[in-house]
Design a protein around this ligand. Structure first.
Ligand SMILES: O=c1ccn([C@@H]2O[C@H](COP(=O)(O)OP(=O)(O)O)[C@@H](O)[C@H]2O)c(=O)[nH]1
Ligand SMILES: O=C(O)[C@@H](COP(=O)(O)O)O[C@H]1O[C@H](CO)[C@@H](O)[C@H](O)[C@H]1O
Length: 222
């Protein structure tokens, strides 16, 4: 098990939340390096990340989640990429281990973390749409394949997860679902207030739908 694991945390204005996620990941001995991709934050996300001991990659304007993740992929080296959101709550070291181990032991090519026994609203969202989860460990070659075949991948924002899920099918990946008991995230409405949060949620849904439609279209044309 000599495979190197890098943890990528895309973060947009997460100064209040990112510190506790880094603290947990730091304790996981399976993770070799932690990179926070500061996606044009206007707050002190990058400073907090550095203070907590993570490497930071800075984008000078907000480019969207897919850009942040793929920028992280392109600027790091490892065999396995662990993706975690910056706004997780109740994350434990064993959750991080459980996401990584099946990929490290070559029992899976991708793991997808699903919230359970946590907050009703976030558990329910992941029950309805587990394919949207941002908590994943993935072999790096999967990202390389996507980068090769989809030149627009970095422009697809929140569609990154649905694209990863579609590529998992397309590439016949071995995918394992991993429960993340008691883990949750801070919802957009909680971060931004009801109206701004709801606006951001609509933007997210638009990006997901657009990414999915693009994917289907390019598949039909192939
Ligand atoms: O333009 C963006 C939007 C989101 N994120 C990050 O992507 C992760 C998931 O986004 P968000 O929290 O909005 O989604 P949710 O967890 O609410 O579904 C978080 O770490 C965000 O900081 C990002 O890097 N750039
Ligand atoms: O669970 C969901 O419906 C969304 C939205 O979460 P919020 O409750 O709006 O913060 O979050 C997921 O989907 C995003 C898009 O695929 C991912 O980027 C997030 O990581 C994931 O938590």
């Amino acid at each position: 098990m000599n495979n190197k694991v890098v943890c990528l945390i895309p973060a947009y204005n997460e100064e209040k939340r990112i510190g506790s996620v880094i603290e947990v990941v730091k304790k996981c001995t399976l993770v070799d390096e932690i990179y926070v991709i500061d996606d044009g934050s206007e707050d002190k996300t990058a400073e907090v990340a550095k203070e907590k001991g993570a490497h930071t990659l800075k984008l000078y304007q907000n480019m969207g989640k897919s850009y942040a993740i793929f920028y992280g992929v392109e600027n790091t080296q490892s065999d396995i990429v662990l993706m975690l959101d910056a706004d997780l709550i109740n994350l434990k070291v064993e959750d991080v281990q459980n996401l990584i181990l099946p990929v490290l032991e070559d029992k899976a090519d991708m793991t997808i973390g699903i919230f359970s026994e946590g907050r009703f609203s976030t558990d329910l969202a992941q029950k309805i749409s587990p394919f949207l989860s941002g908590q994943r460990a993935i072999k790096r070659w999967v990202f390389d394949k996507i980068l090769e075949s989809r030149k627009d991948i970095k422009d697809l924002g929140y569609a990154i997860e649905i694209i990863l899920t579609e590529y998992a099918k397309k590439l016949n990946l071995r995918v394992l679902t991993v429960e993340l008991p008691h883990v949750s995230h801070i919802m957009k409405e909680e971060k931004l207030g009801f109206f701004k949060g709801a606006q951001h949620r609509m933007k997210m849904y638009r990006e997901i739908i657009k990414g999915y439609v693009n994917l289907k279209k390019s598949r039909d044309e192939a």
